[in-house]
Ligand binder design. Structure first.
Ligand code: AMP
Length: 507
């Protein structure tokens, strides 16, 4: 009977494994873990978690460095029917206090070096504190090592929670997105099909695992394909170059690609064995796409997603991968563009709010029913907060976050359009266009520009290059030069920091 079939993500990927002796994880230190080992290790860890008094549905929060043990903690938590809550390693104890207080996990795993600082946080939230360090050692590992590997995976239904991931919160307080087994599995299967993933694939895994990209996209697609991954503690361009001859896929944020382009070894030969380069989590510059193709012959495949929805769209595996677009909706996912005021669906090529519906869309924000009601419509569409348009070929273009839209003298200005023009000027590496408070205009269009080393650029040269190309109201009132743009760990430009830094420019 169908209601007795478990839809636990762990049951679903292990059920179809053809070869338990195949490698799933390999580390630069030469550690090799087979699928059979993974079942043993997650069984021990799941027993250790149960021994700490967890009940199904409880949260396990972890602020730990990337390690094989940390990944096993994720899988064991899901296998045990608990809810995994990964936390960015960059968060300070004050920030952690908010997350742990909000989520009230039953267990909180942290680095041994941070345990003294975080004990009070754990106590306040009623969480048991255990430790795990970057080398995979700590009280949690000790408990797992002493536990039995025999563990009956806890049956779950598709709409049971598997994970709680906090949004990055660049435009307000972070919210916990509740993701189910069904959300994660459906999205993994859609991506596996879209990207032609198979057991022969070897992924270079260089992303952090506290975020949807590295934790779900990269890891789950590997597991559901019976494939393997070379698990790196962090991105290191030289190391990625060394590994390419042994790998088939790289998944990265745009900065991976801009950094690899600086490596003189990057060429057709170095990437000859690679099948697929995926980029996402932040916009990939069209320039980077073109340069990469010229150097390697590979067209980077850009996809679009977010914590709340997993992945929504992807450029095609077969067919045109169009730079500056995020491709077509994934199988089973609907994408529409609506009028931000009225919610009415807009016509092709009109810019508006991107909305998404499908089995990938989360259940709502943890303990925030009003926020959930404001962003998740009754008809199932999630209001992403991204502005975009759908072109006549059906490709989605993202023009920026709604909160980054500039309204100047009553006109809407979409930063991406101005940034694209500025980036095309000789000697410009990249740019960020923001709105700053202005007495007359409400907001003044302002460009922050990163010049190339040795480039001879001036504010007036940039403004005159733009003058014939953009309507007057879109032209920056000022250009500020900066050595680099502030980015978070996922490579997203933090426009909120730029706005704060230059807040007084026109006051
Ligand atoms: P996060 O929840 O941290 O994954 O952030 C999701 C946000 O990242 C989206 O709402 C977009 O604003 C942005 N994003 C993700 N992928 C892309 C992409 N390929 N192009 C442009 N923006 C992207």
């Amino acid at each position: 009977m169908s209601d007795h079939i478990s839809e636990n993500l762990f049951d679903l990927f292990t059920r179809d494994l053809a070869d338990l002796s195949a490698t799933v994880i390999e580390t630069p230190q030469g550690q090799r873990i087979s699928y059979g080992d993974l079942i043993v290790l997650t069984g021990q860890m799941a027993n250790a978690l149960a021994g700490l008094g967890l009940k199904p549905g409880d949260r396990v929060a972890a602020q730990v460095e990337k390690s094989v043990q940390a990944l096993i903690l994720y899988l064991a938590t899901v296998r045990a029917g608990r809810v995994f809550l990964p936390l960015n390693t960059g968060y300070t104890p004050t920030e952690i206090d908010y997350f742990v207080g909000d989520a009230e996990p039953a267990i909180f795993v942290c680095d041994p070096a941070a345990a003294a600082d975080l004990q009070a946080t754990a106590d306040r939230a009623g969480a048991r504190l255990v430790t795990l360090d970057a080398a995979g050692r700590g009280s949690l590992t000790d408990a797992a090592a002493a536990a039995s590997p025999d563990f009956a995976t806890v049956p779950r239904q598709g709409d049971d929670l598997a994970a709680l991931l906090y949004t990055s919160g660049t435009t307000g307080r972070s919210k916990g997105a509740m993701l189910t087994h069904g959300n994660l599995v459906s999205n993994t299967l859609a991506l596996r099909q879209a990207w032609r993933y198979s057991a022969d694939d070897v992924l270079i895994h260089a992303l952090p695992i506290f975020h949807t990209h590295g934790l779900f996209v990269a890891t789950n697609i590997t597991l559901f394909s019976g494939a393997s991954m070379i698990f790196l503690p962090k991105f290191d361009g030289g190391q990625v170059m060394d590994l390419m001859p042994r790998a088939t896929v790289l998944m990265g944020v745009p900065t991976f690609y801009t950094r690899l382009l600086q490596d003189a070894r990057l060429d057709r030969d170095a990437t000859a064995g690679m099948r697929l380069f995926v980029s996402g989590s932040a916009p990939l510059l069209a320039e980077t796409h073109r340069e990469w193709q010229a150097r390697t012959g590979h067209a980077i495949l850009e996809r679009y997603g977010m914590t709340e929805t997993n992945m929504n769209s992807s450029n095609p595996y077969d067919g045109d991968r169009i730079a500056g677009t995020v491709g077509l909706p994934l199988p089973g996912v609907e994408i529409i563009v609506t009028d931000p005021e009225t919610g009415a669906e807009l016509a092709q090529d009109e810019i508006g709010m991107v909305e998404v519906r499908g089995p990938n869309v989360f259940q709502g924000y943890w303990r925030m029913p009003e926020k959930t009601a404001a962003e998740l419509r009754d008809n199932g569409f999630f209001i992403t907060g991204d502005l975009g348009k759908i072109d006549p070929r059906g490709y989605l273009h993202i023009v920026g976050r709604g909160k980054d839209l500039i309204i100047t003298g009553g006109y809407n200005v979409y930063p991406k359009e101005i940034e694209t023009e500025i980036d095309a000027i000789d000697g410009v590496v990249e740019s960020a266009v923001i709105g700053l408070p202005h007495g007359d205009f409400g907001e003044a269009v302002t460009a922050v520009v990163v010049p190339a080393a040795g480039a001879d650029l001036s504010e007036s040269a940039i403004l005159s290059a733009l003058s014939g190309r953009l309507a007057k109201f879109k032209q920056p009132k000022r250009v500020i030069f900066a050595p680099e743009l502030p980015r978070n760990t996922m490579g997203k430009v933090q426009k909120n920091l730029l706005r704060a830094e230059h807040d007084a420019l026109f006051r």
